[in-house]
Design a protein around this ligand. Structure first.
Ligand code: DLL
Length: 445
């Protein structure tokens, strides 16, 4: 086959994406076939999985249809920690060609492993993701996700290379150099966390570069929650189309799901990663359209298969079908994790709600920090938000008006009052990877 065939920009459906367009019935058949093999494979090789099945009286042959997945045990991050480092591996070390790890907030990282086939399948998913963003041979992608144990850098790198893009493996950090390379190499795409890209937009401005004048046209952003308000800001400031890419270390890394050009939810590569939505309290499966915890079963992974892995991410499956023609199902963008939730004065609040509130006010910049304290047994919420320098030269009453507007907009969404503090541009901490926006000091006071 002609090697250009895969990347023919004029082809309406890129062959690498063919499974995305498979008829649903055929896809379900494939999933069932793969699920049955996976359960048998994992039962025979991973002690923890076998023990949990035995406890429940479940045997591999009990899986007769896709709904039977519900009889299988679920797994969480603590199962990876408890079996650190290699306890969940299903293949001998001689077949493992790569480790990645995610730095937990506490203690030991979680470790994942890949065989050569696992790397191939991961690359296939990243290729399908990048193709859905309209990228192919001829595009130059500046990959500013961190390289190393984090899956973002190498994951995007391999998929982009295999799809035929030209990769600039710059990794995160050194924003000045990032802008220089972006301009000099003429990158048409960039991949990094959305918060780091905000930082790059500012770095470009500081160097007198307007990103809208560069050939850059696509951003592949993920690894952290971001809102549609943030997307609008990024797209306007950089003159690009921003796509949301989802993934997690335990399942493979980036490339579990991607937005298509409709920008209405993320398609899950469900021929490899079978999604379910469970009630996080009862673990009962929820029907499509209801919000709950996203749970994945890796249908084809060899070194470290994951069965019903609880992501802690909250989402909804559906609606079907997508205008783009892909038949693989979509999930709503992840705006929150079950463990991100702040309970302030008894009200459940997600940081993304605060982001949506403040960014809907003209004049608020997308750099903010959320600080929660407790005074006299009462929770206090402070939101620090940067505003452009020129706003500080406005009359005091104008500044106060902006502050009040932001406070009101946040209040409208979360239903509790926050103290809003306006900050100078570039005064709040920046991150080269995932942003840390919340400081909860209540336990420490
Ligand atoms: O963040 C993998 C990745 C790299 C995804 C690059 C996308 C791009 P972890 O470090 O294991 O892996 O973190 C996984 O990050 O459970 C979500 O809570 C969050 N997350 C990842 N992508 C998104 C996204 C990588 N697009 C955890 N939107 C996940 C919201 C996301 N949250």
């Amino acid at each position: 086959m002609n090697s250009n065939y895969w990347n023919d920009q004029n082809s309406p459906v890129m062959p690498v994406s063919a499974p995305d367009f498979m008829p649903q019935e055929q896809l379900r058949e494939l999933q069932l076939h793969r699920l049955k093999s996976l359960v048998k494979y994992t039962y025979d090789r991973v002690e923890l999985f076998r023990n949990r099945c035995v406890e429940r009286g479940v045997r591999p042959e009990h899986i007769k249809n896709l709904e039977d997945i519900a009889i299988l045990p679920t797994f969480t991050k603590s199962d990876l920690r408890d079996t650190y480092p290699f306890g969940l591996f299903a293949t001998p070390m001689s077949e493992i060609v790569r480790f990645h790890a995610s730095s937990g907030t506490t203690g030991k990282p979680i470790v994942v492993a890949y065989t050569k086939d696992d790397l191939r399948l991961w690359s296939e998913c990243v290729q399908r993701a990048l193709a859905a963003c309209g990228l192919g041979a001829g595009d130059i992608i500046q990959n500013a996700y961190g390289y190393g144990l984090f899956t973002g850098g190498l994951g995007l790198h391999q998929g982009a290379t295999d799809l035929g893009l030209t990769v600039v493996p710059v990794s995160g950090g050194n924003s000045e150099r990032q802008i220089m390379l972006m301009r000099d190499f003429g990158a048409t795409a960039v991949s990094c966390t959305p918060s780091y890209f905000l930082h790059l937009i500012d770095a470009a401005k500081a160097q007198g570069v307007d990103m809208r004048d560069l050939p850059l046209r696509v951003g592949v952003f993920g690894a952290e929650p971001w809102t549609d308000e943030m997307r609008r800001h990024i797209e306007e400031e950089a003159g690009i189309e921003a796509f949301d890419i989802y993934g997690l270390t335990e399942i493979c890394g980036p490339g579990v799901g991607i937005e298509c050009k409709e920008h209405h939810g993320l398609h899950i590569f469900e021929d490899h990663f079978y999604p379910e939505i469970l009630d996080p309290e009862t673990l009962e499966p929820l029907p499509d359209g209801e919000e709950g915890e996203l749970v994945f079963t890796t249908l084809t992974k060899q070194a470290m298969p994951m069965i019903r892995y609880r992501t802690r991410d909250l989402s909804v499956i559906g609606p079907d079908p997508c205008e783009c023609g892909r038949r693989i199902r979509r999930i709503r963008r992840i705006h929150a994790r079950t463990d991100d939730m702040l309970i302030i004065r008894g009200v459940n609040i997600f940081p993304s709600q605060i982001e949506a509130g403040l960014l809907s006010v003209d004049g608020a910049l997308p750099h903010y920090a959320i600080i929660v304290t407790r005074e006299n047994n009462l929770d206090k919420l402070e939101v620090q938000v940067e505003i452009p320098r020129e706003k500080f030269s406005d009359k005091i009453s104008e500044i106060e008006k902006l502050r009040a507007q932001i406070a009101e907009s946040i209040h409208r969404i979360i239903n509790i009052a926050a103290t809003v503090t306006l900050a100078e541009p570039n005064s709040l901490p920046r991150s080269e990877g995932k942003a840390r926006r919340v400081t909860d000091l209540r336990g420490r006071q």
